[in-house]
Write a protein that binds this ligand. Structure first.
Ligand code: NAP
Length: 246
């Protein structure tokens, strides 16, 4: 049976890991791999490994040592480094590289989206606003000392952090509901939202609420990801293909 290395760290990846076909040989179990930044599931039938591989070369060594037969990249669309490493390592190890590439969100009538490519772009677009909601993960935490005096930031991320006089940090994990997002917007009167274009439904309610309230959204463009031998946008299709592997 083809031994699968599933690179994860997303809700979709975890659902796939839970549904992977089981193997009869315990030392040939499929492997679910996590960077180690979030929760580590302890209820999976497959093996779980945590932590980096040591770059593309380390990953290639791992693939050969563990006799992996297929690499499946179900990491987050903004996790560009591990995807680049996985594509390169698979090539070196002469393995197929499949990827789950969730579709991005599409702008709808009434949306005021402003696109940028990096942190400097965000800072430039943010200048006219006073009460931003950051939903980018932990990156804004590195810039707390540079908050302009006219701004009060709200940073929602997975990290517990004390913030400072001009920044509150909300330690929260999706999925987020419309009711919850409306209550949050009511409480803090955000005048702009900063977001990745993650896609999916778990964190999209903020975009609907921003649209309802005519609040602009600054969107960080997706990074370029390596081409895969097969790309899936629906986890169910990927799972179906995995179940049909020899
Ligand atoms: P990244 O910049 O692409 O990767 C940084 C390094 O972390 C990689 O070079 C690799 O270390 C290690 N790594 C990342 N994902 C790994 C995995 N699944 N298994 C083993 N090692 C992994 O990644 P990131 O943006 O920091 O994201 C880290 C993890 O969080 C990813 O698994 C991703 O799916 C998840 N995540 C990311 C975001 C996001 O917005 N970036 C959002 C939600 C979830 P080595 O080079 O040592 O192998």
């Amino acid at each position: 049976m083809t031994r699968i290395l599933l690179l994860g760290g997303t809700g979709d990846a975890l659902r796939i890991a839970r549904a992977l076909p089981s193997t009869n040989e315990p030392d040939r179990a499929h492997v679910y791999s996590l960077a180690g930044l979030g929760k580590v599931p302890d209820d999976l039938a497959c093996a779980v490994r945590v932590g980096g591989f040591g770059g593309a070369a380390g990953l290639a060594r791992y693939l050969l040592d563990e006799r992996i037969g297929l690499v499946v990249d179900a990491t987050h669309p903004y996790a560009a480094q591990i995807s680049a490493n996985a594509a390169a390592a698979s090539r070196w190890a002469n393995l197929r590289y499949w990827a789950l590439r969730r579709a991005g969100w599409q702008q709808q009538t009434g949306d005021d989206w402003r696109w940028c490519d990096d942190w400097d772009g965000i800072v430039g677009l943010l200048a006219p606003f006073a009460r931003p909601l950051f939903t980018l993960g932990r990156e804004p935490l590195a810039h707390l000392e540079a908050i302009p005096t006219h701004q009060q930031w709200t940073i929602r991320c997975l990290d517990a952090h004390p913030g400072n006089a001009r920044a509150r940090v909300l330690d929260a994990r999706g999925p987020f509901t419309h009711a919850g997002e409306r209550a949050l917007f009511d409480r803090h009167a955000f005048d702009v939202v900063i977001s990745k274009n993650s896609g999916g439904s778990a964190t999209s309610a903020k975009l609907d609420v921003a649209r309802e309230r005519s609040v602009p959204v600054i969107i960080l463009r997706r990074p370029t990801l390596p081409a895969a031998d097969r790309e899936f946008d629906d986890p169910a299709d990927l799972l179906h293909a995995l179940r049909n592997l020899p």
